[in-house]
Write a protein that binds this ligand. Structure first.
Ligand code: PAP
Length: 311
């Protein structure tokens, strides 16, 4: 693996207290640890027809989507007072393709749990996922808030003090396509093109739309993944309870998400870092007018011909 990584294009972000190196593999940037998991998954993962993939680029609403999908799929077993989400961070509730292959294989053997999460681009998914009929849910978010969220998350996850990190650098790198699992626009376009080729197979959810109208989006999600809400459930408030349970304020204030640690064994990150502000438009506190113009132009150029709106 080490020898193979040396053959790939690399980009290192350096701060006085640490560095992170991204490797470009099959058109997308990743860090060593997750790239290794990606390659192993590509070589060995066998999708099952009932698998439901939750796909996203980092910082686009993954944690929220995982919580909602988990609550929807497990609602016969648990309610808002007994849900594992009350004591387990959403990322730990759903196995991650690049890291938890063994757990996914066990779930396959027991036919116990259909959800699998990944940050991989569509074209990097294992061949068996692409050729199967399993469902894919893809969440995306306004590019400016994604840049901002990345800017705060990656250094904090690496224990780099924020004073050490320049927003301009994050911005410039992001615009060059260098970000975790980026280029962001290519990540979105891969899923978008696949959804055009095989309509009905990929559900696109937009973070901002979900914030504006959680109910219809949660119902759409449940329907798409094959767990639709009955009229009785809706009347009994099941949808509203799931939305409340998975809300930012509820999850952020749970003890597990305030003090717990995600992947303490091999890639420790404090759970609280996944719950920062969840505000639409926090980017305005960081972008100059010039950055705003540049990113809008870039998005116009990259997404022309699609109906995707990232601004
Ligand atoms: P990940 O890819 O590292 O898992 P992801 O969950 O995709 O991150 O994105 C984190 C963003 O979602 C954070 O946004 P911010 O930096 O702008 O604050 C985080 O606050 C937000 N977030 C986390 N949980 C929720 C939730 N339940 N509802 C809405 N937004 C959320």
């Amino acid at each position: 693996m080490e020898d193979f990584l040396k053959t790939l294009p690399q980009h290192t972000c350096s701060w006085s207290k640490g560095t992170v190196t991204f490797y470009k593999y099959q058109g997308f940037w990743n860090i060593q640890d997750f790239l290794e998991g990606e390659i192993i998954a590509q070589q060995s993962f066998k999708a099952q027809p009932n698998d439901i993939f939750l796909c996203s680029c980092p910082k686009t609403g993954t944690t929220w989507l995982k919580a909602l999908a988990f609550a929807i799929v497990t609602r016969e077993k648990f309610n808002e007072s007994t849900s594992p989400l009350l004591t387990t961070m959403p990322h730990e509730c759903i196995p991650f393709l690049e890291k938890d292959l063994k757990q996914i294989e066990d779930n396959h053997k027991n036919s116990s749990f259909p959800l699998v999460a990944t940050h991989l681009s569509y074209t990097s998914l294992p061949e068996s996922v692409i050729s199967s009929d399993c469902k894919i849910v893809y969440i995306y978010r306004n590019i400016k808030d994604v840049i901002n969220s990345n800017h705060h998350f990656i250094p904090a996850a690496l224990n780099i003090p924020m004073e050490d990190v320049s927003f301009k650098e994050t911005f410039d790198e992001f615009c060059q396509g260098i970000s975790w699992y980026g280029p962001y626009w290519d990540h979105i376009l891969g899923y978008w093109k696949a959804s055009q080729e095989r309509p009905g197979r990929i559900l696109f959810l937009k973070y901002e739309d979900m914030k504006k109208d959680p109910k219809s989006n949660v119902k759409k999600l449940a329907e798409f993944i094959g767990y639709p809400f009955s009229v009785e459930e809706e009347n009994a408030g099941v949808v509203d309870n799931i939305i409340k349970l998975c809300s930012f304020d509820k999850l952020r204030n749970l003890e597990v998400n305030k003090t717990g640690m995600h992947r303490p064994e091999d890639f420790p990150i404090e759970n609280r870092l996944y719950f920062r502000k969840a505000e639409d438009g926090d980017w305005e506190n960081y972008f100059t007018d010039e950055m705003k113009r540049n990113i809008d132009n870039l998005v116009d150029q990259k997404l022309s011909g699609t109906d995707l709106v990232l601004k």
